[in-house]
Design a protein around this ligand. Structure first.
Ligand code: LHQ
Length: 264
């Protein structure tokens, strides 16, 4: 019997929804899932009618990271080149998530471990179910945080918390993740689907180009000093000021009505 699609893809009202779909393996990454997820994000980047992305998962967990069954050391042979796995699979997807000029919402249910946790954290707005947990599981198997985790964790949390999470591999519950600023919010388990869909729909009805430029500006800040960031703001604001959505936003304000943004 053929395997079901590892990532389900649907589009509704400008929201592209990507649903990780290997629930029996807690949505651990194998090659088909890597390719399908990348193709989904690429579609979001390419199609103008897509104005927001929602990443979520089927089953009782979000994603358990790399499928550890794919490289069973008991099979013998030379050690694997995990750097090549990152170069071929994870890194292009992580770069794409950051480069897409559209907001990406992630809904985390259950466990997000290893690269699965860091995939979630790479998205723009992360909602988690109250019962969700994040595990930097790498140290449990002798690896280092990847999928951008060694970059994002110290930036968001500072070294002390980043190091403890990465070195100890202990789980972090969703409420603490929210309190520490690692994610946007945690919500009741029963609310996760509705809240994440509503958030993605709201963003998809927004001024897409302005939102994309905002994402770009905020992401650039970590590598810029204030002078460079002020220059960037000037350039991006110039671009935003030329969009039809800016004209609509101001017109709607002056006419005391809700704006109708077209994403242009
Ligand atoms: C899994 C997995 C999994 C396969 C659960 N693989 N089956 C790594 C290497 C290569 C290149 C570069 O990058 C990376 C990055 C990484 O992501 S390294 C980190 C890899 N992930 C982990 O080390 C996590 C491994 N999983 C776990 O520790 C636990 O499963 C967690 C804590 C995630 C969940 O625990 P439980 O809720 O108790 O669930 P479970 O352990 O019973 O898992 C349910 C099923 O899913 C089970 O299968 P089974 O047939 O026995 O029901 C697991 O074997 C399977 N599964 N994670 N990563």
């Amino acid at each position: 019997m053929s395997e079901p699609d590892p990532v389900l893809v649907s589009v509704t009202d400008g929201v592209l929804t990507l649903t990780l779909n290997r629930p029996d393996k807690l949505n651990a990454f194998n090659e088909p899932m890597h390719f399908a997820l990348r193709a989904g994000f690429q579609r979001a980047a390419d199609e103008a009618t897509i104005r927001a992305v929602l990443l979520k998962a089927n089953g009782r967990g979000f994603c358990a990271g790399q499928d550890l069954g794919d490289r069973d050391p008991r099979a013998g042979g030379p050690p694997p080149d995990l750097g090549s796995t990152l170069e071929r699979f994870y890194n292009p997807t992580l770069r794409l998530i950051r480069a897409i000029k559209k907001p990406i919402v992630c809904a985390v249910n259950g466990v997000a471990a290893g690269a699965g946790a860091n995939l979630a954290l790479a998205c723009d707005i992360v909602l988690a179910a109250r019962s969700a947990r994040f595990i930097q599981a790498f140290s449990r198997i002798g690896l280092v945080p990847d999928a951008g985790g060694s970059w994002s964790l110290p930036r968001i949390l500072g070294e002390p918390r980043a190091k403890a999470l990465a070195l100890l591999g202990e789980q972090l519950d969703a409420e603490t993740a929210a309190a520490w600023g690692l994610i946007w919010r945690c919500v009741d388990d029963t609310e996760l689907v509705d809240e994440s869909e509503a958030l993605a729909a709201r963003l998809a009805a927004g001024p897409t180009r302005g939102l994309g430029l905002t994402k770009q500006a905020i992401q650039a800040a970590a590598g810029n000093d204030l002078d460079a960031q002020l220059d960037l703001e000037r350039d991006l604001q110039r671009e935003a000021g030329r969009t039809a959505d800016y004209a609509e936003g101001v017109t709607a304000f002056l006419e005391k009505r809700k704006p109708s943004f077209q994403g242009r």
